[in-house]
Design a protein around this ligand. Structure first.
Ligand SMILES: [Zn+2]
Length: 293
């Protein structure tokens, strides 16, 4: 039953996508000519062909997506994305690929594929889970404790040009953290211990869950004070030239190709529905009081 309705919704989406594509393509070209081409940051979790769950994508699907993305977009790093946002000009639609959590199986297929094709990727890991090789809480909760990356793997990935980023220590929902010491642990200590373990600067941070309710002004301030170059959310939304380069909004890489295509050819009507999270920087000085903790 759910399969039938899933095919039905895919058919509807396909009809919508192809019916509106000429108009959207025209709109996207006009925006690009004006230097307002979007910068899309995608997030993946786990690419594997076994132990299925909602955050796993099959290797064949991932391969197809990477091929399609490479043919239609300029593939850029987060640093390049930031530079274009800051410059206020982007002439070609661009995509940056990121991963969250730190699943071991990504080293089997997905990351070697990206390295082979020289596609930039930022790889966010929850530091305690990779250092102690402890399964993530969301996997343990459903009785499927999947293996995490090891520090040796992360060092090899960094040596191959992959940007390793921070995703808190304990895969924490920072929307619920009010204690400055806990915020310090999840953001500052996470960064320090990852830098020591991987032996490289850790420049970027991604919020676990990443929806509006998982973001706070205090966490943004803490990440800025900790020295991160940018933070990533995960509620959808496009980054447009002129946007704040410290906050990169990300879009989930849906395993259904038609959904991915629909998201990535900017639909101005949908764009208007995504509300950007804007931290209240004036009133968020969380770490100032945490120095002596
Ligand atoms: Zn995560």
């Amino acid at each position: 039953m759910s399969t039938v309705s899933s095919y039905g919704s895919q058919w509807l989406l396909g009809t919508y996508y192809y019916a509106t594509l000429p108009w959207r393509a025209w709109w996207n070209r006009a925006e690009a000519r004006a230097g307002r081409a979007p910068i899309i940051v995608l997030f993946y979790h786990r690419i594997a062909d076994h132990t299925w769950n909602a955050w796993t994508m099959p290797t064949r699907t991932f391969e197809r997506q990477v091929k399609w993305l490479s043919e239609h977009f300029e593939m850029i790093s987060l640093a390049q994305a930031q530079a274009r946002l800051a410059a206020g000009h982007n002439a070609r639609p661009a995509v940056a690929i990121t991963f969250d959590d730190g699943y071991a199986e990504n080293c089997d297929f997905a990351l070697p594929l990206l390295i082979e094709h020289a596609i930039p990727v930022s790889y966010f890991v929850a530091s305690r889970h990779v250092i102690e090789r402890q399964p993530f809480p969301h996997d343990a909760a459903v009785g499927k404790p999947l293996p995490t990356n090891s520090i040796d793997e992360l060092r090899d990935l960094a040596a191959a040009g992959i940007e390793i980023g921070a995703h808190t220590r304990n895969h924490a929902d920072l929307g619920k953290v009010r204690d400055p010491a806990e915020l310090q642990e999840e953001i500052v200590i996470c960064r320090t211990e990852l830098e020591q373990a991987v032996g490289r600067p850790i420049r970027y941070f991604s919020f676990p869950f990443g929806l509006h309710r998982n973001l706070t002004s205090e966490a943004f301030a803490a990440a800025r004070e900790a020295g991160f170059a940018a933070v990533c959310s995960a509620y959808g939304g496009y980054n447009l030239p002129g946007d704040d380069p410290f906050h990169l909004q990300r879009i989930h890489a849906d395993r259904e190709m038609i959904r991915l295509k629909n998201w990535l050819s900017v639909d101005p009507r949908k764009q208007a529905l995504v509300r950007r999270f804007v931290p209240d920087v004036e009133n968020a000085h969380v770490l100032a009081g945490a120095d002596d903790l």
